[in-house]
Design a protein around this ligand. Structure first.
Ligand SMILES: NC(=O)c1ccc[n+]([C@@H]2O[C@H](COP(=O)([O-])OP(=O)(O)OC[C@H]3O[C@@H](n4cnc5c(N)ncnc54)[C@H](OP(=O)(O)O)[C@@H]3O)[C@@H](O)[C@H]2O)c1
Length: 256
């Protein structure tokens, strides 16, 4: 077992989750990789084990009311101790809310909101006394987002929740929220937002986000915004009138 601690990463088969898995492994952490695509997880695990860490895969659909409990049980059954919980999995629903598909909205709420809350609650006692929690929120959580209304709202929830428990757990569990802007991953295609203005912007790579998130976690930072451009957007979101922010977000999320 790695002396640096084992990191469990949800949504580890692609994008930011896979980059985080590589980042943790590069720093000598064992990893537990969770997502649905078994082959992808196994390929990534082999790559990471070649670097001398232990990589365990748990292939499961997290879009299920019992998923958090089942994942917690699967980890216990394998005799794994989780020192770092990484709440990364998340999806977006794109388009006017009035036309939205309720099943897709429920999936988004389960993966983006309910799951991180449940996993954090289930693992919290194991993290006490020096463990860490890393949650992937978003710059989307800083503003209302017409066109991606429920996605922005879901990220607002995790951004707020994570910062609140960072205060509650200070000195016991190191809690870090990472808030990327647009990142070049499978996210935009999955959300069907390829034709949107924001879908065409890619301000960052998954590797940069993972590296900034890891450094922030180890340094004990509460909020990491991993690009200079997004730190400016963060500042503007705080000082600009809400009516302006809503209109700019509407433009950014509209079709090209
Ligand atoms: N990309 C961006 O622009 C951006 C910006 C800010 C924040 N974020 C946040 O970053 C996080 C990761 O997003 P990403 O951009 O890396 O997305 P991504 O490339 O689409 O990866 C999503 C990951 O989640 C897994 N996943 C999706 N549905 C699942 C389910 N039902 N059960 C289990 N695993 C599931 C996927 O694997 P399987 O398909 O194999 O299950 C994949 O590993 C999300 O929380 C997102 O909100 C993304």
């Amino acid at each position: 077992m790695s002396e640096r601690g084992t990191a469990l990463i949800t949504g580890a088969s692609a994008g930011i989750g896979a980059a985080l898995a590589r980042e943790f492994a590069a720093h000598g952490h064992d990893v537990v990789l969770v997502a649905r695509r078994k082959e992808r997880l196994e390929r990534l695990a082999s790559e990471l084990e070649a670097r001398g860490v232990t990589a365990t895969t748990i292939a499961m659909d997290l879009d299920d009311a019992a998923a958090a409990i089942e994942l917690h049980e699967a980890v216990s059954e394998r005799g794994l101790d989780v020192d770092i919980l990484v709440n990364n999995v998340g999806v977006g629903t794109y388009g006017p809310f009035a036309d939205s598909d309720l099943d897709a909205e429920r999936t988004q709420l389960r993966l983006n909101v309910v799951l991180p809350v449940e996993l954090t609650r289930l693992f919290i006692d194991e993290l006490r006394g020096g463990g860490k929690l890393l949650t992937v929120g978003s710059m989307a959580g800083m503003a209302p987002g017409p066109g991606l209304a429920t996605y922005y709202a879901s990220k607002s929830y995790v951004n707020s929740f994570t910062q609140a428990i960072a205060e509650e757990l200070r000195g016991d569990v190191g809690v870090t929220l990472v808030c990327p802007g647009p990142v070049d991953t499978e996210f935009a295609d999955r959300a069907g937002m390829g034709e949107s203005t924001v879908g065409a912007i890619s301000s960052n790579t998954p590797e940069n986000v993972a590296s900034a998130a890891y450094d922030g976690l180890i340094a004990g930072e509460t909020v990491v915004v991993p690009s200079r451009a997004m730190r400016v957007v963060d500042l503007l979101c705080r000082i600009a009138p809400r009516s302006v922010i809503r209109r700019v977000a509407r433009w950014a999320n509209s079709g090209r």
